[in-house]
Structure formats: structure tokens, C-alpha cells
Design a protein around this ligand. Structure first.
Ligand code: THU
Length: 133
């Protein structure tokens, strides 16, 4: 599957947002090696710090369904007027489940997007040796 199709899945997922506090919908779509796509959206809470970003929702859902790695991730924030990049927590979580070469695309639309990689978003990654593979 190409990145544009994956981005479209992320955009669709953003319509499922629970973001009554920010009114800022975000959708994410992760591509798995077998071609499966798993999506997520941001889920907020009246205790604001409990918010889960779309990226982590998608990745945690994939893990809960038995996947331990993904091959691409797309993130759509359609209300933004520029491409909003993943937060630090999400970059850390992405790095847990995919190698640094994995493509990441984020944008407010396909026309207004950034294409990068996990390694560029989260350089000097370390301590993978702590996990039991
Ligand atoms: N948000 C995401 O879900 N992903 C991002 O990459 C940026 C921020 C969410 C968190 C919160 O619900 C809202 O966007 C505003 O920050």
C-alpha cells in the first residue's frame, strides 16, 4: 500500500476523534507487514494529562491485536494549518515498535504533508537491548 492510501485511512480515522477539550481531531494509521492497516484517533479526558494521541492509540491497538512491528505510519490533523508532527511520547513509542528506516508521513492534508522516518524524528535512540525480543 502506498503512503497516500495510508494517509487517507488516517484522515478517515480522525473523524472518530474524542477531543471535546481541544476540538483538534487527529487520526493515525499503521501499516503492518501483512498489509493490514490499523487506525487510531486521539482520545482526550477531562483530566487533560490523560489524553492519548492518535499515534499511540493506533500502535497500542496493533500490539493488542498481536502485531509487534509496523512498516509505515501516517498521521492526519485536518484542522491544522501546517503539518503537526508527533509529540515526544509518540516518537518514543513509535521507536519501540519499528526500526529507524520506517516511513512516517504527517500532514493537515496530503498536499500539505511532511514525509520523514522514525530515525529522523527520534535520533540517538538507545536501550533497545533492555527488551526481551
Ligand atoms: N495530538 C495527537 O493525537 N497527535 C499528534 O501528533 C499531535 C497532538 C492530539 C492530542 C490532543 O488530543 C490534541 O491533538 C491537541 O493537542
Amino acid at each position: 500500500m502506498d503512503l497516500k492510501t495510508l494517509y487517507e485511512r488516517a484522515l478517515e480515522a480522525s473523524s472518530k476523534t474524542y477531543s471535546p477539550y481541544s476540538s483538534f481531531p487527529v487520526g493515525a494509521a499503521v501499516l503492518l507487514a501483512d498489509g493490514t492497516v490499523i487506525t487510531g484517533t486521539n482520545v482526550e479526558n477531562r483530566s487533560y494529562g490523560l489524553t492519548n494521541c492518535a499515534e499511540r492509540t493506533a500502535i497500542f491497538t496493533a500490539v493488542a491485536q498481536g502485531y509487534k512491528t509496523f512498516t509505515a505510519i501516517a498521521i492526519a490533523a485536518p484542522k491544522a494549518d501546517y503539518p503537526v508532527s508527533p509529540c515526544g511520547a509518540c516518537r518514543q513509542v513509535m521507536s519501540e515498535f519499528a526500526p529507524e528506516t520506517v516511513p512516517v508521513v504527517f500532514g493537515s492534508s496530503w498536499e500539505q504533508r511532511v514525509e520523514t522516518t522514525i530515525g529522523k524524528l527520534f535520533p540517538y535512540d538507545s536501550l533497545h537491548e533492555l527488551s526481551e525480543k
